[in-house]
Design a protein around this ligand. Structure first.
Ligand SMILES: Cc1cc2nc3c(=O)[nH]c(=O)nc-3n(C[C@H](O)[C@H](O)[C@H](O)COP(=O)(O)OP(=O)(O)OC[C@H]3O[C@@H](n4cnc5c(N)ncnc54)[C@H](O)[C@@H]3O)c2cc1C
Length: 376
């Protein structure tokens, strides 16, 4: 049976996260937009206090063991308050997914509790390299296995939490002679070098860095999953991750919509609220409709993930559609607010810049179209 209702428990938990996000995070969103280069742990502490950094981690490893649907609802609430903070959360969840899905019991017990409880810690997922992000088959980071030890070398770029993570889950090519012979590795932050922190256009709170992995020696216990068999683990991680990114996109769109709706009701021109013009109220009606549709697509993908049914296409559809909605709604919000929103210090301007990343991160919209069309 299909239900469009949150359960009582979900309603309670989501309302707590909404309150936390609105009271402790949203008031600081503009400040966080300017926080780049100077990572402020206060906001991560706020999440850690509620064990919210990676709620996907199972209970037995100290996490909250939540289903994907509830996590998506949480992410939407955090993203309404600050998309950069939601991106730091989702980056961390990308990092733990290969461990949750493909790690040994010993690895889960050792690595996952590093991010749970009340300690404030983040992790990174490092796949993209300077030569490209879409064509994952040309990975140049290598993991050479000799004398019972892996030797890792490579450069990873645009890594969220890259300079502030406790550990990085690195995807490397473990057999350059074979196609798609990948493996994931747990690499501690003291083993990587931060080449640079990117000055990104949006989601500025999320520390985004280029990192170098130079001759890092790793014992077998740090290799996740079967040797050379990480491709499926990678696609599975990316597919789940896309749904979580889509939830951020819905959150950004909702933040812009709520802001502009209130503005349109208050702003007077020609002696009446601008909302009384259909030229303003109709775009708002379209925004409300598209946000609803995007959210339902995210929930459907989550529902499929939680039921362990085939979710790849639904996840790509949700991610692609929600990214278009986020960009459209945030651009429309700037149109309705006018000049004030053109100031980079206006929160609508932050939403607009935040939304732009949605059609790139986690696979561009063209890549989503490739995935969707391959499954038609
Ligand atoms: C803020 C930010 C945070 C990020 N965080 C992370 C992270 O934490 N970890 C991580 O590993 N990566 C991360 N990324 C990288 C992101 O996943 C990649 O940027 C993305 O996959 C696209 O890769 P690219 O930028 O190299 O573009 P390219 O792959 O070079 O693509 C360039 C253009 O060509 C198009 N294109 C490429 N191939 C095709 C094709 N076959 N058909 C049609 N069009 C095509 C693309 O759609 C795109 O428009 C992040 C990126 C950003 C901007």
């Amino acid at each position: 049976m299909i239900s469009f209702q949150m359960s009582k428990e979900q309603r309670k938990q989501v309302s707590l996260v909404r309150q936390l996000a609105q009271e402790e995070i949203a008031p600081l969103a503009l400040e966080m937009d300017q926080a780049q280069g100077d990572f402020n742990w206060h906001y991560i502490d706020v999440l850690a206090k509620h064990n919210l950094i990676a709620p996907i981690i199972p209970l037995e490893y100290g996490g909250r063991g939540l289903d994907c649907l509830t996590i998506a609802m949480f992410i939407e609430e955090i993203a309404v308050a600050c998309a950069g903070l939601a991106a730091a959360m989702v980056g961390t969840m990308h990092a733990v997914l290969p461990i949750i899905i493909g790690g040994t019991e010993e690895q889960k017990e050792k690595f996952l509790p590093l991010l749970t409880g009340k300690q404030a810690a983040l992790a990174s997922f490092a796949l993209t390299e300077p030569q490209g992000g879409s064509d994952i088959e040309i990975l140049q980071t290598t993991a050479d296995f000799r004398e019972n030890v892996f030797l890792l070398n490579g450069v990873k770029d645009y890594v969220i939490n890259g300079a502030v993570a406790k550990f990085v889950t690195v995807c490397a090519n473990s057999n350059p002679a074979a196609k798609r012979a990948f493996q994931f590795f747990f690499v501690s932050s003291d083993q990587i070098k931060v080449n640079l922190v990117r000055n990104t256009m949006g989601i500025k709170y999320a520390n985004t860095a280029q990192i170098a992995i130079d001759n890092v020696k790793l014992d077998k216990q740090y290799a996740i999953g079967e040797r050379d068999s990480g491709y499926l683990l990678l696609t599975h991680t990316l597919d789940i991750g896309r749904t979580l990114i889509a939830a951020i996109e819905v959150g950004i769109a909702r933040a812009a919509y709520q802001l502009v709706l209130q503005y349109a009701r208050e702003r007077q021109q020609f002696g009446r609220p601008i909302f009384s013009n259909q030229g303003v109220s109709f775009p708002l009606a379209a925004m409300a409709t598209s946000i609803d549709a995007a959210r339902l697509m995210v929930w459907r993908a989550c529902d499929l993930i939680d039921k362990e049914e085939d979710f790849t296409q639904a996840s790509s559809m949700a991610k692609m559609y929600a990214s278009e909605v986020a960009q459209h709604v945030t651009a429309g919000a700037i149109d309705i607010i006018g000049a004030a929103a053109y100031d980079t210090n206006h929160i609508a301007n932050v939403y607009f810049r935040d939304a732009k990343v949605c059609s790139i991160v986690g696979g561009t919209n063209n890549i989503q179209k490739m995935i969707i069309s391959s499954l038609l």
